[in-house]
Ligand binder design. Structure first.
Ligand code: Q9C
Ligand code: ZN
Length: 337
């Protein structure tokens, strides 16, 4: 299986994040990617597919904001990483926002996702890493490809960042695959956290299936999205499937949800699967509360491979850095590396 990794992604390295009311070292660190790369072996670098596939998913003003935000932050006299402290949740309207603090709130939904001088570069190459993996699958449709992406993407929406995510790599790949006529396309998200950004992007889309297995948002981030009764809207009603599971979920409880997800993916007639893969379902993850073990990631990979559908796997979360490499390697072994 082709693995794709681009070192320009390492440039994004926020110092700290606001976590449960205090400062902690940033969980989504560059070492995550380095440790995965060391465990999974040789990878090809990303090719530059340009802005078009990114602009097909994200709002133009948001993309502009991402590129200038840290510069504007510094110009205001601030030091360190940029993040918001106020959000327009009530009667939001399309104002021409001048102040960087106002724009940070407009284009984000949490305070745990700082923007550094290099965040845009890293996010851009993370998206290109995902697109290159798609390209590899197109060139050899029997294959699967793994995109070692960071920053991750599934919490980012059309015009907002959050949850360590800036550009929604899975959505960008899914939309580009559809544009290339590779559909029906489905997205399966197995990160511990609900992929609220991906869900939002395709919520009213009648032919993009989004299925997510994640921690129950009544106890876990991102809280406001990922509940079982969210099923899509308008023409997209029925193309979103949320399978929330309680804290403590182990493989025995996880596997039936996976069966249900696969049923929906098969019923959709899926020809290309985009897998948002997070290893934060691991029992030892420092910010998550499922109980999957290392061997379970092999099982997960095997179950995905048994679908027999061309698959682009995109790295999302996973923060147990010392076990992250072997967990991802196990998953790829199961997938049929
Ligand atoms: N104590 C991904 O796994 N945590 N993102 C906020 C809560 C944010 C996780 C602080 C977790 C985001 C891609
Ligand atoms: Zn996660």
């Amino acid at each position: 299986m082709i693995r794709v990794f681009d070192p320009r992604q390492l440039a994004h390295a926020p110092l700290r994040e606001l976590h449960n009311g205090g400062w902690t070292a940033y969980h989504e660190s560059p070492d995550r990617a380095e440790t995965i790369l060391a465990a999974i072996g040789p990878a090809i670098p990303a090719r530059d597919g340009g802005m078009a596939p990114i602009a097909a998913v994200h709002d133009a003003a948001y993309l502009e904001f991402l590129q200038v935000a840290h510069r504007d932050w510094v110009a205001t006299g601030r030091e360190g990483d940029a993040f918001a402290y106020t959000w327009p949740v009530v009667r939001r309207r399309d104002l021409d926002l001048m102040r960087i603090d106002a724009r940070l709130g407009r284009y984000s939904y949490d305070a745990a996702t700082p923007i550094t001088a290099h965040s845009w570069t890293a996010a851009y190459w993370s998206a290109q890493t995902a697109l290159t993996a798609l390209d590899e699958v197109v060139r050899n449709p029997s294959s699967a490809a793994f995109a070692l992406c960071r920053p991750p993407g599934h919490h980012a929406g059309r015009d907002y960042l959050g949850g360590y995510c800036f550009l929604n790599n899975a959505a960008i790949v899914a939309a580009e695959a559809r544009r290339q006529g590779l559909g029906p396309v489905a997205i399966l998200d197995v990160d511990y956290h609900h992929g609220n950004g991906t869900q939002d992007i395709f919520y009213e889309d009648p032919d993009m299936l989004f299925v997510s297995i994640h921690a129950d948002p009544s106890t876990d981030y991102p809280f406001y999205w990922g509940h079982a009764d969210e099923r899509g809207a308008g023409a997209g009603l029925g193309t979103t499937l949320n399978l929330p599971l309680p804290r403590g979920t182990d493989w025995a409880a996880y596997a039936p949800a996976l069966d249900q997800a696969f049923e929906a993916i098969e019923a959709h007639g899926t020809r290309l699967l985009v897998l948002s893969f997070g290893a934060d379902t691991f029992g030892g993850d420092p910010i998550s509360h499922f109980a999957l073990e290392r061997e379970d990631f092999r099982r997960l990979g095997q179950r995905v491979a048994s679908l027999n559908v061309a698959t682009v796997t995109i790295m999302e979360g996973g923060y147990a850095t010392s076990e992250l490499g072997s967990n991802v390697a196990m998953f790829l072994t199961g997938l049929g590396a």
